[in-house]
Design a protein around this ligand. Structure first.
Ligand code: NDP
Length: 419
């Protein structure tokens, strides 16, 4: 029996809310609060008569800490699940600390305004010290460790699929399959097609920032950065077939690199079709991916925000998307003195997801683990004071919940490795 405050009403939130409502023994009451209240109301309306969970809705600007604190004190939830954007992470963590409740999210902090000189100074220092230049990193949220510890609160960071499930797979492999892990390759394959020449599967601004940035991976505890999309491999994915994939920087590399320092190499690959890459390169070449404001007919616009208004809303891709995703991790290492390699992965079908919750598989594979992460925290299974990523808890109850709530996984011994 618990009460959850969910911030955001986009594609991922829609799935997480449907899943909380299927799991009404745990989530007896939820409040959906977002910038545009009509979107919260629409999700609540779509669930009317289909769940025992009591749903309320509210308008909130997540950046307004006092307003979020008021909402928390008013609604009295056990935890806050942040399914807005990474820009809001720190404001929502501040609000949770002030109001005294646990915090859960799916993506690590990045600033909305990357030209902010105060942020830039810290960012440039970090680029030099750590050796990777992505706008997002865990340092901002890891800095809350002491405050959460002192307050006796749990901050669960990044409980989507990747990051999220991928790090639970790593903890599970370490617990049950290996004495020591040497390498981790995280593979994110979307074999689906939505019929558009160019569309992103989740928030376009966040997605395009991520994939147009330089790639990087960790080797022997050090970051190695490479030009965007410059390492390409082909992999034959179960139930999807052969796909081109590219090495990207990704946030779980940072957390796994810190928490499993014995792992010698950690890489992340994502599949992209040629049409997506051609469009992205062209948009980047003409400056449409820039986050810096430009003057247009007497007013300031941010190119990537303008582009977002032109692109299909990811929340509308559900009925058009066909095919499957396959996301998982290949681990190599040793068990009982012998070499071992395994691949743990999930396959998810876009059309099945749409039938069940009205969203495609990318939102589904993020929203289900968001609900599971919230369930782990509110049920007390994953409850400790401080700020943690998903690899820092017992993976077993989470793995069990994945099978139960729509993301069953497979363990394959001796998979084809990525060179
Ligand atoms: P959407 O853009 O579809 O939804 C974001 C929601 O947040 C919208 O409802 C938006 O409101 C709301 N919002 C934005 N700013 C504010 C604010 N200041 N105050 C209140 N509400 C606000 O995003 P997605 O659903 O695609 O993604 C949600 C999160 O999931 C993102 O952080 C994304 O990075 C993360 N993600 C994580 C993945 C993983 O595997 N770990 C994979 C995919 C996504 P409005 O409707 O008014 O715009």
């Amino acid at each position: 029996m618990s009460r959850l405050l969910i911030i955001g009403a986009g594609g991922v939130a829609n799935v997480a809310i449907h899943k909380c409502c299927q799991n009404s023994d745990v989530f007896t009451e939820i409040c959906i609060a977002s910038r545009t209240k009509s979107k919260c109301d629409a999700i609540a309306e779509s669930l009317k008569g289909k769940t025992k969970t009591a749903i309320t809705t509210a308008a909130i600007d997540a950046m307004d800490v006092p307003a979020v604190v008021r909402l928390i004190k008013d609604y009295k939830p056990d935890a806050l699940l942040n399914l807005a954007l990474p820009y809001q992470d720190l404001a929502l963590m501040d609000a949770c600390l002030e109001a005294g409740i646990d915090y859960i999210d799916t993506a690590n902090y990045e600033p909305e305004d990357t030209d902010d000189p105060k942020w830039r100074e810290i960012y440039e220092k970090r680029c030099k010290e750590k050796g990777f230049s992505a706008y997002f990193d865990y340092s901002w949220q890891w800095d809350y460790e002491e405050k959460f510890k002192k307050a006796g609160l749990t901050g669960l960071l990044g409980t989507g699929f990747d990051p999220g499930v991928t790090s639970v797979f790593a903890a599970y492999a370490k617990k049950h399959y290996f004495d020591s892990i040497d390498t981790i390759d995280i593979l994110d394959c979307n074999g689906g097609s939505n019929g558009y020449a160019f569309a992103t599967n989740f928030n376009p601004e966040v997605n395009l920032r991520e994939v147009s940035a330089p790639g990087s991976y960790m080797e022997d505890g050090k970051w190695i950065e490479i030009p965007a999309m410059s390492i390409k491999r082909e992999y034959n994915f179960a139930e999807v077939g052969p796909k081109d994939m590219y090495l990207l920087h990704h946030e779980e590399i940072e957390a796994l690199g810190r928490n499993m320092p014995e792992v010698k190499r950690i890489r992340f690959f994502m599949t992209f079709g040629q049409s997506y890459l051609d469009h992205m390169r062209c948009l980047e070449d003409v400056g449409m991916l820039s986050t810096s404001p430009v003057m247009f007919e007497g007013r300031e616009i941010v190119p990537i925000k303008f582009l977002k208004t032109l692109l299909p809303d990811p929340a509308t891709l559900g009925p058009r998307t066909k095919g499957k995703t396959n996301i998982g991790c290949i681990f190599t290492g040793k068990k009982d003195g012998k070499k071992r390699s395994i691949y743990i992965y999930n396959v998810c079908d876009h059309e099945e997801c749409y039938k069940e919750v009205g969203s495609q598989a990318v939102a589904y594979t993020t929203g289900v683990p968001a609900m599971i992460g919230a369930m782990m925290v509110v049920s007390g299974k994953w409850k400790k004071a401080g700020v943690f990523t998903t690899d820092e808890f017992d993976p077993d109850p989470y793995m069990e919940a994945l099978n139960k709530w729509g993301l069953p996984w497979t363990v394959e011994e001796n998979p084809v490795l990525v060179d």
